[in-house]
Design a protein around this ligand. Structure first.
Ligand code: ADP
Ligand code: MG
Length: 683
């Protein structure tokens, strides 16, 4: 037998190996991903040589990967027909841990692994059972855990965030053999063996061991890793991480990776059905996607992406607020599901895949966050998605509005994308007072309809276009033919505030509109004639009424003011110093139980109800009806504003009023009956 060459691992490699073999790794299934990726890389290299016309061993051999098990012996085998390794390559390539990421890996693991009595065993015992790999993505980084003893599983977690390449096999194997037959150079088979503890040895094999070309990794599994002898387990791990490798992966004669990496195929060769199928495969969403955006980009970085705009609404605010993004692949191998570095929050509704040749497989999540390649990919994706939406908005208005209704809720938060805010603003849509049917308008259309001298885009928050249409604040704007956007989500107001302006038009809530500035716009010709003005005496009495109302409402209002903007409504609430109603509503939601700051009640002295109050008050300031009327007026104003602290009280007061009204009516009717007339015939 040829002499085995015994070699020690390099220091750093040895460290990594110690960590790997002594921690029970919650996500250790990724060892398979690493081995399959290596096999796929070797096949890629071989294919490349062949494409250049170079001579390789056994040129007719199919390019494939075979995974097989020997249950009795506890052996898992991964064989490829790729490039293979010479004796020297076995020594060099498998003697050193992959450079990328390994240093940080060791540093972080050592930092996390300094418990006072850090025993591998206890750590292993406390590690949660290996669950789905997805959970790994949600783990918080182990840094900043304070001075106490580190969490038992933190070392395992760090490993989960790194690809440590070939050596990850020692998480599951107690003994590994790598037999390789190089495709070029004529060298015979060599075998590399190691138990991952004290170095490795390489020797020549006399017989071919049944290997025509390429590499076989033969892992004798640890007792606690025998799950990787089960077909189902292997199948699901392969599907999860390596489903889109371009070479067939066979497991017990059956091909596992049958779904093609659609994003890698030329656009023209694909049908809408294929895209829809793939979307379903990816998302389990039965509603076909609204839009498909298939990108193949070469500069500034090479990547392909297949992006879907779902045909159903997505929910992110809430339980899974951080789970968005595209699945990130590096050369067809899954790096991370739902990578949120790839798309900004406002595009969180997008689904799909991005795949780059320019990303290393052994990339840590920390590195991902700072990765320049990734940032460039993301910028290109955002630009392309906006392009696509702009085109859609122009070519198919209806479809675009469907998009907006489904996803506008997120999309409006694009204001912090400074690079693209103008483009994004132009893509926003809102119902407005220009159409009572609730039709959507763009900001561009709005300013196209602006009145001469108008430099503001006004908006009003309400629960529906119908509610907005009857809102007291809207009256004055209608009268002057000034359009108002209806915001149906409390958060939209923040979105517009964040945006600040569109072109030269500032956003402003109708509540904050300056009465004097509004007066500069003449009433429309067909606006109702202005009511008769109050006489001097009436003005003076009005001041007294206002004082009386203040004493009735007390600290429920901040102030009572005579309105300049109301016409059809008797009263409305406005906010002091720039707070607007939806902001207040939001504050109420956030700090439950706390009372909102009191607001200003504006009253409209031209309204018949106010004129009646004025009369009652002038006749008898102590009339007991007055406080009830004033309180009800206030409740009504709250209700119209979309928030009433205490609806029960209003309901009771309304009933009391009805009782009074009918008894007055009947009393009045009785009196009239005496006169011989039926009051029911009269008004
Ligand atoms: P990486 O894949 O990032 O280079 P690995 O630790 O996974 O790091 O692998 C180290 C090296 O070993 C690879 O670069 C490759 O040269 C070699 N190698 C590993 N597996 C195979 C294989 N199946 N066929 C040929 N070469 C391999
Ligand atoms: Mg590798």
């Amino acid at each position: 037998m040829p002499k085995a060459r015994k070699r020690a691992f390099r220091a750093e490699t040895q460290k990594v190996l110690n960590i790997l073999t002594h921690s029970l790794y919650t996500n250790r299934e990724i060892f398979l991903r690493e081995l399959l990726s290596n096999a796929s890389d070797a096949l890629d290299k071989l294919r490349f040589l062949q494409s250049k016309g170079e001579v390789v061993r056994d040129a007719g051999l199919p390019l494939e990967i075979r995974v097989s098990v020997d249950k009795e012996a506890g052996i898992l085998e991964i064989a490829d027909t790729g490039l293979g390794m010479t004796e020297r390559e076995l020594e060099e390539n498998l003697g050193t841990i992959a450079k990328s990421g390994s240093e940080i890996f060791v540093r972080e693991t050592e930092a996390a692994q300094t418990p006072p009595s850090g025993e591998g065993e206890t750590e292993a015992a406390q590690t949660p059972p290996a669950g789905e790999g997805e959970t790994e993505a949600e783990q918080t980084p182990p840094s900043g855990e304070g001075g106490g003893a580190p969490e038992p599983s933190s070392a395992s977690r760090i490993i989960g965030r790194f690809g440590v390449g070939f050596y990850s096999v020692f998480m599951v194997a107690e003994e590994v053999e790598v037999i390789s037959v190089p495709a070029q150079g004529g060298e015979g088979p060599h075998i590399w063996t190691s138990s991952g503890v004290d170095g490795f040895s390489v020797r020549a094999l006399e017989e071919t061991a049944g290997i025509a070309r390429g590499t076989v990794v033969r892992a004798k599994l640890k007792e606690d890793a025998r799950e990787f002898l089960e077909t189902h387990r292997l199948q699901s791990v392969i599907r999860k991480h390596s489903n889109f490798l371009s070479f067939p992966i066979f497991l017990a004669a059956e091909r596992v990776n049958t779904t093609p990496a659609l994003w890698r195929e030329p656009r023209f060769s694909l049908t809408r059905e294929q895209y829809n199928e793939f979307y379903k495969y990816l998302t389990y969403d039965n509603t076909p996607p609204l839009e498909v955006i298939h990108l193949s980009v070469d500069a500034p970085v090479q990547f392909t992406a297949l992006i879907f705009v779902p045909g159903s609404a997505q929910e992110f605010f809430g339980g899974q607020r951080d789970q968005w993004g595209l699945d990130l692949y590096a050369r067809r191998v899954l790096i991370e599901r739902a990578n949120s570095e790839l798309v900004p929050h406002y595009l969180a509704f997008l689904k799909g895949v991005a795949d780059s040749e320019d990303l290393p497989l052994n990339i840590s999540r920390e590195t991902l966050q700072e990765n320049v390649v990734l940032r460039k990919i993301s910028q290109t994706i955002v630009r392309q998605v906006l392009d696509h939406l702009e085109k859609l908005a122009q070519s198919d208005r209806e479809r675009y509005e469907t998009f907006w209704k489904l996803h506008g809720k997120y999309f409006q938060f694009a204001f912090n994308d400074y690079l693209n805010r103008e483009r994004v603003a132009a893509l926003m849509r809102f119902p407005s007072s220009a159409s009572d049917g609730g039709a959507l308008t763009s900001l561009e259309d709005y300013i196209g309809r602006a009145r001469p001298g108008q430099k503001t885009i006004w908006h009003l928050t309400a629960s529906s276009p119908q509610a907005a249409g009857v809102h007291p604040h809207l009256e004055r704007f209608r009268r002057k033919g000034l359009e108002v956007l209806y915001l149906l989500e409390g958060l939209s107001e923040f979105a517009l505030e964040g945006l600040g302006s569109y072109k030269d038009y500032a956003f402003q809530s109708v509540e904050q509109a300056d009465g004097k500035a509004l007066d500069e716009f003449p009433d429309l010709a067909d606006a109702a004639p202005a009511p008769t003005a109050l006489s001097g005496d009436e003005r003076a009495s009005l001041d007294k009424l206002v004082a009386r109302m203040r004493s009735i409402l007390g600290d429920r209002v901040r102030d009572i003011q005579v309105s300049v903007r109301l016409t059809g409504n008797p009263a409305a609430l406005v906010s002091p110093d720039g707070l607007n109603s939806s902001l207040e509503k939001l504050m109420r939601v956030m700090k439950k139980g706390e009372n909102p700051p009191p607001r200003i009640l504006e009253i409209n002295p031209d309204h018949p109800l106010l004129r009646a109050l004025l009369r009652i008050h002038t006749d008898d300031p102590e009339n007991p009806l007055l406080p009830e009327l004033v309180r009800t007026l206030f409740d009504n104003a709250q209700l119209l504003d979309g928030y009433l602290e205490d609806p029960q009280i209003l309901a009771h007061r309304a009933l009391a009023f009805m009782e009074k009204a009918v008894s007055w009516y009947l009393a009045c009717a009785g009196a009239r009956k005496g006169e011989g007339a039926d009051p029911l015939d009269k008004e």
